[in-house]
Design a protein. Structure first.
Lengths: 138, 538
């Protein structure tokens, strides 16, 4: 942790702030991903919605990290290393529990959830689309 | 929000002095920032009794901690130290006393030393299990850490809360396996315990006691100081790992199953014994017949369950054994273990996973990772919405009573807690096939997780009432909690009442001597400062 912005409320698991909760459109999510020039996404592979997002991300040359419920591997092998040197924006469509873990980790590196939308009717169950970004971006 | 009994001028003075010590960037006072220190799983979410904090201070060194504590002591500012604040289910980062200033130690995240020849580590409070694991892996050190689930918490914080893991023997009792501390006392003085009290000591991470009274235990689950460094004994990296499962057909077989498990574990033959039931806990997972049986009003009888177990060739209880060591050794241990259980009529054995380290990715994917010291976050999958969990909760509270390490105690606990749920007219979390957790080396934890919601105050109230009832029921049977969320710490410590609360009174005597202004973690595990004692106990 190099500065206050990176520290913020470091890793507090409180997830206490209902940041931008609520339904948002798929279009605004895709728009935000492009507008913020996000280079990396995380997708829950059990979800057709997330897989579609992954396909588009790959087509656009983004790094897409596939997960099956558990964020451990992408956290430990990719994000933890990257964020230690340069915290960067990240988008995803995952289970809410996966977002809870990533959101909590992200605070260690001065980042917050700046977009969150629930897809309650997604198959095989509800998914969340989200963007995590350094505080200065939003 | 101000700390109780502190004027706005005094508080402003404290904040200025804290900023002078740690820098303005590391003192947090905005509503947005301090809100993050709330307990994510608070059973009082959105109610007037929810615990809030007034500010947070994040020092970088033990010396800064000392200076912050001196200011707090002078100005009588209540402070609440946390390591990484991820103690979910037991309070998270929230204090017991609303208005406390959180002393956030996450910046102190240095791995001081790991020795893979003498098998110990010394770390600071901000070091997580992931951090320590990475430190060891990147250097190819031949030690295995013992990790809890999930692995994002602090090594020191978990130990200080008497947290536990999944590995071999006493290593999984994280306070038991610690060795040596550095502590900032309430007056700001820094002390080192054990061999650390000897200037230039060469054995701080190896020998617990030093000479004279052993005081380390005073700093766990308490409020006598702020731990800023701590040593831990580590397991030498095993050459291999093998699992095997023992399955018995009848409910009463749990008695012999536990006797055998104890014999093997206490002799150091196996790691953590994992008891289970092929019948599952409640729904019986995907088996519709069993699910219907379990859901029937009044529940199934033992005979019906045993018949179902026999018909489906499942068995009633199981015990998963874990062996660590040389390849020849673990094979011989598994063979010996089967001899130990051979006398149980109808017993079956299934050999499980074998790993010769280093594990392949495929082996890791199949393994219960925490059992081989690999921190992970997979446990959060349990809380995700799924066909079996259509209404996920917003968190949970752990009810964690210790029961004797015997099959008889398991059967008694099942009966007692099933009745307790019936008496409260609440759906039972316990069934005739429930088993305890086995994290402790020498006792069982009959743990239950109760849901909490951010949008259902009425349900949270019912849960709190049920939780309180269970604490009392447990105490009436000689079972005490080993750890509990702040909302229940007073009641739980009240149950440890032998000889007119002699232990509590001793703790209070110590508190008054060591921390006369009561600045550190007021109320933690029922120890209140003298000036608040009468009011808070009322």
């Amino acid at each position: 942790m190099r500065n206050r912005r990176e520290f913020l409320q470091i890793g507090l698991a409180s997830s206490a702030l209902p940041i931008l909760a609520g339904e948002r459109s798929e279009a605004s999510f895709y728009d935000s991903v492009h507008r913020l020039r996000i280079r990396e996404v995380v997708v829950e592979m059990s979800s057709p919605l997330a897989r579609a997002f992954r396909a588009e991300a790959v087509e656009r040359g983004l790094d897409a990290h596939a997960i099956h419920d558990d964020i451990t591997d992408v956290w430990y092998n990719v994000l933890n290393r990257q964020w230690k040197s340069a915290p960067g924006a990240l988008a995803g469509i995952t289970l809410s529990t996966s977002l809870f873990c990533l959101e909590t980790f992200a605070r260690d590196y001065g980042m917050r959830v700046c977009f969150r939308a629930l897809h309650d009717k997604a198959e095989p169950g509800p998914m969340v689309s989200w963007i995590i970004a350094p505080r200065g971006i939003f | 929000m101000l700390p109780p009994g502190v004027t706005s001028n005094t508080f402003a003075d404290a904040i200025r002095q804290f900023q002078g010590i740690v820098g303005r960037d590391w003192v947090f006072t905005s509503d947005e920032d301090v809100a993050l220190y709330k307990d994510a799983y608070s059973p009082f979410w959105g109610e007037k009794d929810e615990i809030l904090v007034s500010a947070a201070v994040a020092p970088d060194t033990a010396e800064e901690v000392s200076r912050v504590v001196r200011v707090a002591n002078t100005l009588k500012i209540p402070i609440y130290p946390i390591s990484t604040g991820k103690n979910l289910g037991y309070g998270g980062s929230a204090p017991n006393l609303s208005g406390s200033v959180v002393l956030d130690l996450k910046r102190m995240n240095r791995v001081i030393e790991v020795d893979d020849k003498r098998h110990f580590a010394i770390v600071e409070p901000g070091v997580s299990y992931f951090d320590l694991y990475r430190h060891i892996q990147e250097r190819g050190l031949r030690v295995q850490i013992d990790v809890p689930d999930p692995g994002w918490g602090s090594v020191i914080g978990n130990a200080m809360d008497h947290g536990v893991g999944y590995g071999f023997g006493g290593f999984r009792d994280h306070f038991y396996s610690h060795c040596g501390m550095e502590v900032v006392l309430p007056n700001g003085e820094i002390v080192r315990t054990g061999m650390g009290a000897l200037p230039g000591a060469k054995t701080w991470g190896e020998y617990h006691y030093g000479v004279g009274p052993y005081v380390d235990g005073l700093f766990g689950q308490s409020n006598f100081g702020v731990v800023t460094k701590m040593g831990f004994h580590l397991l030498p990296a095993p050459e291999s790992y093998l699992t095997g499962t023992v399955i018995v057909p009848r409910r009463s077989d749990i008695i012999l199953l536990v006797e055998g498990g104890n014999q093997l574990e206490h002799a150091g033959v196996i790691g953590m014994p994992e008891y289970g039931s092929p019948l599952g806990g409640f729904g019986g997972a995907a088996d519709p017949e069993l699910r219907a049986l379990m859901a029937r009003p009044g529940g199934p009888s033992v005979a019906e369950l045993e018949q179902h177990a026999e018909k489906t060739n499942r068995g009633f209880f199981s015990l998963n054994l874990q062996f660590y060591g040389g390849q020849k050794v673990v094979r011989a241990q598994w063979e010996y273990a089967q001899e130990v259980f051979a006398g149980i009529r109808g017993v079956k054995f299934n050999e499980g996973q074998f790993i010769k380290f280093p594990a392949t990715q495929e082996q890791l994917d199949r393994a219960h990772k925490v059992a081989i010291g690999v921190p992970n976050m997979a446990i959060f999958q349990i809380g995700a919405r799924s066909a079996l969990n259509p209404s996920p909760t917003d968190g949970h509270l752990w009810f964690s009573p210790l029961i004797p390490k015997s099959g008889e105690a398991i059967l008694e606990a099942q009966d007692v807690f099933m009745k307790a749920f019936r008496d409260m007219n609440m759906p039972s979390l316990v069934s005739l096939s429930s088993v305890p957790a086995t994290w402790m080396h020498r006792a069982f934890v009959f743990i239950m997780g109760f849901p909490v919601y951010r949008t259902n105050i009425e349900q949270n109230k019912k849960t709190r009432e049920l939780f309180k009832h269970l604490i009392q029921v447990a105490a009436d049977h000689g079972w005490g909690e080993y750890r509990t969320p702040p909302a229940f710490q007073q009641q739980v410590t009240d149950t440890y009442s032998w000889n007119n609360h002699a232990l509590r009174r001793f703790h209070e005597t110590l508190k008054d001597a060591v921390d006369p202004n009561g600045i550190i973690a007021a109320g933690r595990y029922g120890i209140w400062p003298k000036q608040m004692r009468r009011q808070k106990k009322a």
